[in-house]
Design a protein around this ligand. Structure first.
Ligand code: NAD
Length: 499
């Protein structure tokens, strides 16, 4: 059995805690590797090495740091197939979807090539008599990130690329479910020219997360994962005086207006609801058709599309729409939530419970499910299912539909399908959700915009990537200077305004 490692100071390092987690191949259900779970001592050691390396790295000029990112982009493209294979083998998503995962991370690395522009600061000449004022953005020191299983390439890159290009060192604690790609990314970054110790990959679970939260050297913590853990990390990290941003769970609604192109809406719902087996924080998990007639027609269009979905292992290549979910526990959780839906009175229009794939009986596959007549009091509406289950809540009017999305505790993404510009504009302005699609089902912003939800989907005041990342990973220092020739004689006792 393969024993994975940590990546410390430019080398693969075996775990010493004696604790391991199983890494599965979700398509077969087999344990394919074990990953070490770091102790506090291992985490603290990685931080100490990073802190030493960061001093020199922060003094490397921004253009040279950006060139490392430029070279890294080339290496990601060179190794795209290899990375995608490793990603799919541990996560279960299809190869084209794994490439999308890598590509969306790569695009943030490309954005980071513009670091010299982002870091160049501000200057006011003659802010007062003989006085100049300037601001600069300085690296924080050692930063850390804790990432989820569902985007094992993209989300680590969203964090470590801006952190590192700003002159920080970064401690990455990836998900213990699929840790191989993060280790490969660390190797590639070093091949691209990153000095040893600047990106340290420490594998682990709650013990290493707590070690991050209570390590005094670590200045900032980024987290992406489920909301209860996001709340814990945000509260604990802030109480320790760290800069913290945490991104949590989701329940994304798509509103389908009576004037929408229902074929387009149905296609969009199938892709956004079932792609990656529904294991995306931007997946659409609730369809809200407006009016009974829209609902009936939509269900009619959805059923054959959902029944035609091809579910299988990533090794089947393009011939598969989605793969298995990540673990047996995830599968059990999804199926038990489906059962609550039935028990609480929702109508199961497409039933995927008996799905079985010949030759892959031990894999963690879940058939596609479609519920109709779901109501807001049901567990399948309130909870994030994170599986191939789409719930339909019928709304009598646009006002009822928008109120549903606004009253839900999550606020990551949402979409509206309509041909009416006024309705779309009203929706975009009023909705209390961070990312909005108008006839776009998964409105994930590109690298040069920022990504982040509202309400219980995000904690902290800055988003991921885009300009916010440069703010999150730097501190502003503002200098006011006056040289001796500008200084008049005598003390000044009043709090001065500029003359
Ligand atoms: P998770 O919360 O179980 O795990 C995320 C990370 O936290 C992992 O690194 C894990 O090791 C660590 N962790 C787990 N339990 C912990 C504990 N008790 N204490 C400290 N750390 C702990 O999430 P997941 O299952 O890996 O990912 C799926 C979740 O992530 C979903 O809720 C999804 O919506 C969310 N997600 C959100 C976004 C976003 O940007 N909002 C993006 C992707 C995923």
């Amino acid at each position: 059995m393969q024993e994975l490692t940590h990546y410390i100071n430019g080398a693969h390092v075996k775990g010493t805690s004696g604790r391991f987690a199983n890494v599965y191949n979700p398509a077969t259900g087999e344990v394919q590797a074990k990953v070490p779970l770091a102790s506090k001592a291992e985490l603290d050691n990685a931080v100490e090495i990073a802190a030493e390396a960061q001093v020199a790295w922060s003094k490397v000029n921004p253009q040279r740091r950006a060139r490392v990112m430029m070279a890294f982009v080339g290496l990601l493209n060179r190794d795209m197939d290899k990375l995608a294979e490793a990603l799919s083998r541990e996560h279960g998503k299809t190869i084209p979807d794994a490439k999308g995962d890598i590509q969306r991370g790569l695009e943030v690395v490309e954005y980071c090539v513009g670091a010299p522009q982002m870091l160049k600061g501000e200057f006011t000449d003659s802010a007062g008599p003989g006085i100049d004022m300037y601001s600069m953005r300085q690296a924080l020191g050692v930063t850390a990130g804790i990432t989820p299983f569902n985007f094992p390439a993209m989300i680590p890159m969203w964090m470590f690329a801006p952190a590192i290009v700003c002159g920080n060192a970064f401690i990455l604690k990836p998900s213990e479910r699929d840790p191989s790609v993060p280790l490969m990314l660390a190797e590639l970054l070093e091949e691209a020219g990153l000095p040893k110790g600047i990106l340290q990959v420490v594998n682990g679970d709650k013990e290493s997360v707590d070690a991050i939260l209570y390590n005094d050297t670590i200045q900032s913590v980024g987290f992406v994962g489920s909301t209860p853990i996001a709340e814990y990390i945000y509260g604990t990290g802030c109480a320790q005086g760290k800069r913290v941003q945490c991104f949590g769970g989701a329940k994304n609604h798509m509103i389908i207006m009576p004037d929408a192109d229902l074929d387009q809406a149905a296609d969009a719902l199938v892709g956004a609801g079932y792609g990656a087996a529904g294991e995306r924080c931007m997946a659409i998990s609730v369809a809200v058709p407006v009016g009974e007639e829209t609902a009936d027609r939509l269900i009619e269009k959805l059923v054959p599309r959902i029944e035609a979905l091809k579910v299988g292992p990533y090794t089947a290549g393009d011939d598969v729409d989605y793969g298995p979910v990540v673990t047996a526990a995830a599968k059990d959780n999804i199926l038990s939530l489906v059962q609550t839906g039935i028990d609480q009175g929702a109508e199961l229009v497409v039933d995927g419970r008996d799905f079985n794939l010949q030759g892959y009986e031990d894999g963690f596959f879940v058939g596609a499910h479609l519920f109709d007549r779901v109501t807001p009091d049901m567990d399948i509406y309130k909870k994030e299912i994170f599986g191939p289950v789409l719930s339909t809540v019928r709304a009598a009017s646009y006002e009822e539909a928008i109120a549903l999305a606004m009253d839900h505790e999550y606020g990551n993404g949402t979409a509206i399908y309509t041909r009416d510009g006024d309705t779309a504009r009203d929706f975009a302005n009023r909705i209390n959700i961070g990312m909005v699609g108008i006839n776009v089902p998964i409105p994930v912003p590109l690298a040069y915009h920022t990504f982040g939800g509202w309400k219980k989907s995000a904690f902290g005041d800055l988003n991921q990537h885009g300009p916010d990342a440069f703010k999150f990973y730097t501190r502003t220092k503002t200098i006011t200077s006056r040289w001796p020739s500008g200084i008049k004689e005598g003390g000044e006792f009043n709090f001065k305004a500029m003359e």
